[in-house]
Ligand binder design. Structure first.
Ligand code: PHE
Ligand code: CO
Length: 298
């Protein structure tokens, strides 16, 4: 990665790990940060994955594929099939070449979670960071940190869609801007409710495009089950920026878009006035339904 713009705002590994340790009361991140460069890029070392890890990947892949038809959006399913990722943990470079040809994005390998600034810089330059390590067998159904299955299986297929790919780059640029404006908490909620847990309305019914759902054992079915206590409401950008989210349970609200173009157009506005306004009020609990909102039928 010698063509990355170096930038004096880059966060060193030591600084980042110290901040994470402080925030998580000493709990360490799992990845190997020792060998990361100043942009947190590592080598994938594909040859080093064990047969047991490839087996676990195949089992995860097959389980998700038993759940996703009729639930995941067509854009995701179609791209996933073209990616040939069913046979084991994929080599990032192969898919990265195909992805670059499709939408100009590349996949870069990272040790795990990376600092926000670095993350935004990668997205703003159409580079998607994918964690290299795979979860343990006992984490088959649930994992706290993103691993290669979540990052690759959940996120990469959507980057083959030109409009969504543009949205992700714009989000990265928006992140850099939000850091200057003190709007990071608000902007992170939009990522959560769209990129991770977003649903899209189609003529066939609601479909999933959020990676957090697509790579999850339980939430794929849950989020499309009628009669749960979770809400499905049309995405309003400012409302979403102001809505708290749950990280350790299924979502209490799913924001639904009508098209990726709608998502792109709605987020093209200048968020500076939104941040200013929202900073003065209180964020809404995750299960809020405002008087003028209608829940969509599942
Ligand atoms: N338009 C937003 C801003 O001005 C940036 C953004 C774009 C945020 C796309 C999210 C997604 O801050
Ligand atoms: Co993710």
């Amino acid at each position: 990665m010698d063509n990355i713009n170096t930038n004096n705002m880059t966060v060193s590994n030591e600084e980042f790990l110290a901040t994470v340790a402080e925030k998580s009361h000493g709990a360490a991140l799992r990845g190997d940060y020792e060998h990361a460069d100043s942009h947190y890029v590592v080598k994938q070392h594909w040859q080093a994955y064990t047969e047991a890890e490839h087996d676990l990947w195949r089992a995860l892949y097959q389980r998700q594929m038993s759940l996703l038809p009729g639930r995941a959006c067509d854009e995701f399913i179609d791209a996933l099939h073209k990616m040939n990722a069913a046979d084991g943990i994929p080599e990032f470079e192969k898919t990265s070449r195909e992805l670059f040809a499709a939408t100009g994005w590349t996949i870069i390998a990272v040790p795990g979670l990376i600092p926000e600034l670095t993350f935004f810089e990668h997205l703003a330059n159409r580079r998607f960071p994918v964690t290299v390590w795979l979860r343990k067998p006992e984490e088959f159904n649930y994992i706290v940190e993103p691993d290669v299955f979540h990052d690759f299986f959940g996120h990469v297929p959507m980057l083959f869609n030109p409009v969504f790919a543009d949205y992700m780059q714009l989000y990265g640029k928006g992140g850099l801007k939000a850091m200057q404006l003190g709007g990071l908490e608000q902007l992170a909620r939009l990522y959560w409710y769209t990129v991770e847990f977003g649903l899209i309305n189609t003529p066939q019914g609601l479909r999933i495009y959020g990676a957090g759902i697509l790579s999850s054992g339980g939430e794929v079915e849950y989020c499309l089950t009628p009669g749960t206590s979770s809400r499905h409401i049309h995405l309003d950008i400012q409302r979403c920026l102001n809505t708290l989210y749950k990280i350790d349970t299924y979502q209490e609200t799913y924001f639904v878009i009508n098209s990726f173009q709608e998502l792109f157009d709605g987020t093209a506005a200048d968020f500076a006035p939104y941040y200013e306004k929202l900073k003065q009020g209180q964020a809404l609990p995750a299960n809020t339904l405002l008087p003028d909102e209608t829940e969509l039928l599942v």
